[in-house]
Design a protein around this ligand. Structure first.
Ligand SMILES: [Zn+2]
Length: 130
């Protein structure tokens, strides 16, 4: 075998691509649900602006739910864009390499997070900077 251990075989890339496509489906489904929920809350909030008999506690709950949905929405958008980028990298043939140092990302890491962009070392550095 001339293949380096760190090199991703076409079979492994194929597996990870399927994984990415499956996760994209799921993320899109969740996004639709959150979008629907956000729209409902926005509408009830808009309705609430014109009806002064609404309980104060109720509008507080709505705001809390909305903030939760908004941060979930942002997370999902973030994951979705990472998945899209990973799929693009597969097409370009740069998939599985660290975006910072170019080192191969271990297959085990990619199996856990197929849209990982950084090797573990660089990920740690990035988290350390935060
Ligand atoms: Zn790196």
């Amino acid at each position: 075998m001339a293949n380096n251990n760190n090199e991703l075989s076409p079979e492994k890339i194929e597996y990870l691509k399927k994984e990415l496509l499956r996760q994209r489906e799921e993320t899109l489904k969740e996004l639709k649900l959150v979008e629907a929920s956000l729209r409902l809350i926005t509408q009830s909030e808009l309705a609430g602006e014109n009806s002064y008999d609404e309980e104060f506690a109720d509008s507080g709950t709505a705001t809390f739910e909305r903030e939760k949905d908004l941060s979930l929405y942002e997370n999902l958008r973030d994951v979705l864009s990472r998945i899209e980028k990973a799929l693009k990298r597969i097409d370009e043939g740069t998939y599985g390499k660290c975006a910072r140092c170019g080192a191969p990302i271990p297959y085990e890491r990619l199996k856990a997070i197929p849209y990982a962009e950084l090797c573990i070392e660089d990920k740690k550095k990035e988290e350390g900077l935060r």
